[in-house]
Design a protein around this ligand. Structure first.
Ligand code: ZN
Length: 269
């Protein structure tokens, strides 16, 4: 079994400080927070950008500031989000790809969020995939539903995605596949051969599915984006969430990958 890659998702588009006072928002806060996550065992940082009012933004300058400040502080792998809440079209959502982060998220299908559509039509997916290929950015395929997994394989057949894929199974989003062992096993059994995979279990299934993922040989994402409150009234910092996964890994005999080791596991150039 490969060493465990822990991805920290510190900010997201939705959480606010009123829900979790530890939420990092500005580039300085995000960089300092990510550095603490790195010390706690994270090898990848999944990054969303916020504007001065704390709202989601696709402003290239904000992404640039975050990337520079993170790189000043640590060697963590930077993964930018191109998710549906980040903007309307591929140009807006994919603007950050031009900064050549080592990775970027790529949702390969549409589903629902709690109150909006996780809108990823085929043309947009192909355009984002093309931009990532052009800039040497490894996609993390975000799978909210089984059809997105199958569509990723279709894109490999069409030459628009390159193997080995890295797939993040996002479970527990209201309106998409729910977070339970049956759904996780179904997704894991359906993974394409030779891929690497992780689980981002949103909300109340976070503890159980994170543990299952690391026992099954998958990798794990955690952070305030996924669990603003681990239990009601118990918000934790991103580093504390990463520490929890790292200690679970110790209990189940999984070593933690450094960013350098994660680069090899993920096939980053
Ligand atoms: Zn995200």
């Amino acid at each position: 079994m490969d060493k465990l890659i822990i991805t920290a998702a510190p900010t997201g588009n939705v959480p606010t400080r009123s829900i979790n006072p530890f939420l990092p928002v500005t580039p300085d806060e995000i960089a300092a927070d990510v550095s603490l996550c790195r010390q706690a065992g994270a090898a990848v940082a999944h990054i969303h950008a916020r504007d001065e009012k704390g709202k989601p933004t696709t402003d290239l300058n904000v992404f640039k500031a975050i990337m520079e400040k993170v790189r000043e502080q640590c060697d963590i792998i930077v993964q930018f989000s191109t998710g549906a809440r980040g903007g309307s079209g591929a140009a807006e959502r994919g603007a950050c790809i031009a900064l050549k982060p080592e990775m970027a998220s790529l949702s390969t299908g549409s589903s629902n969020f709690a109150a909006s559509v996780n809108y990823n039509p085929p043309g947009l997916i192909k355009e984002l995939a093309g931009r990532m290929a052009e800039h040497g950015v490894k996609p993390e395929i975000e799978v909210f539903d089984i059809s997105a997994l199958e569509y990723a394989e279709h894109l490999v057949e069409k030459g628009l995605l390159e193997k080995p894929l890295h797939i993040n199974l996002v479970l527990g989003v209201p309106g998409s596949m729910q977070g339970n062992p049956r759904n996780l096993f179904y997704m894991v059994e359906s993974l394409p051969a030779g891929c690497t995979w992780s689980v981002a279990a949103i909300g109340k299934s976070h503890k159980q599915l994170s543990a299952l993922a690391l026992v099954l040989g998958g990798h794990v994402r955690t952070g305030i984006e996924d669990v603003p409150e681990l239990e009601p009234g118990n918000p934790l910092s991103n580093a504390a969430l990463v520490e929890r996964i790292a200690s679970l890994a110790g209990i189940y005999g999984r070593e933690i990958a450094s960013p350098e080791e994660a680069r090899v596991i993920l096939g980053l150039k």
